[in-house]
Design a protein around this ligand. Sequence first.
Ligand code: ADP
Ligand code: SF4
Length: 677
Amino acid sequence: MTSDRYSVLFEPVTIGPVIAPNRFYAAPHATGHGWNQPHGANALRAMKAEGGWGTVAVQMTEIAPDTDMASHPMERIWDDSDIPRHAAQVEAIKKHGSLSAIEIAHGGMRARNFTTGTSVIGPSALPILRPEVPVQARAMTAADIKSFRESHKAAARRAKAAGYDIIYVYAAHDLSILNNFLSLRTNQRSDDYGGSFENRLRLIREVLEDTLEVAAGEQAVAIRFSVAEPGKIGGLRHDGEGRDVVEALAELPDLWDVNISGWSNDSATARFSEEGFQQPYTEFVKTVTSKPVVGVGRYTSPDKMVSLINKGHLDLIGAARPSIADPFLPQKIKEDRIEDIRECIGCNICVSMDAYGVPVRCTQNPTISEEWRQGWHPESPAITKQLQSHLIIGAGPAGLECAATLTRAGHKVTIADTAKEAGGRVTREARLPGLASFIRVRDYRVYQLSQKANAHLYLDSEMSLGDIETFDAENIILATGAHWRSDGVGSSQLEPQLISHPNVLTPDDIMEGVLDKLATSTVTVYDDDHFYMASCIAEAAAVAGHSVTYLTPLPSIATWTDFTLDQQRIIDRLASLGVTMLPNVSLCSDGTFKQSLSGEILDIDSSSLVVVGARKPNDDMFDALNVARAGCVYRAGDCLTPGIIQAAVLSGHTLAQHLLNRKPPPAKREQILLQTI
Ligand code: ADP
Ligand code: SF4
């Protein structure tokens, strides 16, 4: 039963000629399942439709070979041979009563065309908008512009033939040729498409009109537009040309899908943004147009969603990451099961997968991208084995996920942890600056377990080898985590070092509060892990008043955070706190540091050295247990393979699936049939 409080979210919304059954709008987002992995893509989006998203959108879809995004697996609608794949996607979404939308797009100066080998095109002859890629765009001639409009129209016709309800005109981010034409930075033309605001807007208006002509009142036409480009010199402002665009085109599209650009702003992590962070930029749009407006902002709170509707800021609640983390978010709100929502933690592991060109993964939802491949469902695990009993040691993300999945399927689980609080590493890491939302990984699962009579969670309960050996359970699962090494072993140093520093600390010490007990001092943080941990420690130490130096052997700071779109913000934050950052500096065995370019030994005098390197599994009991209880001892999470939290959750889930199913079918593979087009 939907509580009256949330009933507004389940009102239908008219979008031009189509009607969305509710206000939940699964926004276009990269899935990593591109044109060549259609089964995975279809099943992923169908799951969102099943979970109650009234509209489900397909990600950026290249309209023609001259917008080839190369290693980023986008969708394609290059010619008629793509239509059957899209028709299958539409069918999969509509089967659950949802509207289907497609974001057809031309990447302009963000395309690379490595596959097709043709010129990248844009308004002006300039380097493309990926400074690290040595490619320039060719300035489009009048004939090129005509040809682009034709190919956009042709793509819209194919989208129509496939049966989509909503066809996009994509003018958002700097990932769109339309944005390239609008921006003074990238449009240096002096013809009818350059110079004045009206001229730079011309192509967006023309393409909107072209698409409306193709739709002919049968499909809705949406425009996706970034109203602001915060932080970009000369970028759009929501109180400048961003607003002017909405005013100029206000009533032309059937739907405004608005956000902020670039992607690092649009998908900012929780470390640097709150739920609803886009609202100050986008809330003006509804005051300018009478057409429905959808916006995003990592919305997971139904009360916040209701207030956005009631205050007239949005008509539809857009979500990419929250719909990845919980494809059943709408249904849970409908059934007033708010505590069951698996809230996005804003960590951007999903985003990082796009850079590798692989299917999306999620810290909170281990079943994402496995809907088709392994037949996993986020709410109901399949079960073919008889009910069993399991003892899980460790209530970190791996143990909790394993327990939650097993108990959901009716198995009996006892889970014990030494700590007084559940959560393992997420409870500890959530204390670090900016990582408070990590606690949701624990809270969702602990709540699930609290609702099950077949789950027994014991805290403050250290389990010895003897306790475990004699415990009455069919299976023993070690989810005992890992600990940070203090011997200098890290990603770029595989040999242990004899570090002579008098006060070597690890992230475990920091999370136990060791730093808080030190008088204000000098702290060196050595990062050979390259994700968020070292930067969080440096930030915490600086905020606590220590004088901090951050060193790393790699040429850039917190290198892997580039994949989660955080790196620049981390550098800015540390710089603003006065942290000295030195890349290309390696830790030597005598505890000194060497500048790897010059060979110079650096004189860094610090009272504490925090080494952030590799971790060692806490698996001491495994071999002995394997002798005592052969065949029924398992490991999951960091105790099996130290890694990121998402990997621990996935590992716990994978083990549970194994224990639930007698003989899980082999994972399916997408296989391309030999066919020449
Ligand atoms: P993961 O990320 O793999 O879930 P964590 O490090 O987050 O691992 O969690 C491991 C948990 O296991 C910690 O909360 C720790 O207290 C618990 N633990 C480790 N050894 C034992 C033990 N012998 N008895 C009970 N709990 C244990
Ligand atoms: Fe949210 Fe992280 Fe999952 Fe992405 S990976 S959807 S940011 S929880």
